[in-house]
Design a protein around this ligand. Structure first.
Ligand code: MYR
Length: 131
């Protein structure tokens, strides 16, 4: 189960990913150490997510397979949906400003939550530990 509170522990290639997203170097430096914490509550195919970081706190509700809107910390707006395939959450979102696709997955690996990101040919990971 993905349920619980997860605190980011480390990032892989996140700076390059953010650069590809067009985020400037000052924001990237701050985002690399944003202390992101996500609380996931899944009930059937409905999810309630609480996100908190040095940038903001935010709550998001979605249903698997149903498109919703999400605004990133820098204001970039995305639209898309999460699905579950096997043990993996798979998200496919499009930026509203340029229609380019951002894909993301969540899996549990050795008690850690691994979130992958792909945008425009660049992959990154953020790895979270359970609190
Ligand atoms: C959630 O499940 O946490 C809420 C919905 C997430 C939507 C997609 C997440 C993409 C976040 C991209 C951040 C990239 C920063 C450059």
């Amino acid at each position: 189960t993905f349920n619980g509170t997860w605190k980011v522990d480390r990032n892989e290639n996140y700076d390059k990913f953010m650069e590809q997203m067009g985020i400037n170097v000052m924001k990237r430096k701050l985002a690399e150490h944003d202390n992101l914490k996500i609380t996931i509550e899944q009930n059937g195919d409905k999810f309630h997510i609480k996100e908190s970081s040095t940038f903001r706190t935010k709550e998001v509700d979605f249903t698997l397979g149903v498109p919703f809107e999400y605004t990133m910390a820098d204001g970039t707006e995305l639209s898309g949906a999460w699905e579950i395939e096997g043990d993996m959450m798979k998200g496919k979102f499009a930026r509203k400003d340029n229609n380019k696709v951002l894909t993301t997955t969540r899996t549990l690996v050795g008690g850690e939550l691994v979130q992958t990101y792909n945008y425009d040919g660049v992959d990154a990971k953020r790895i979270f530990k359970k609190q």
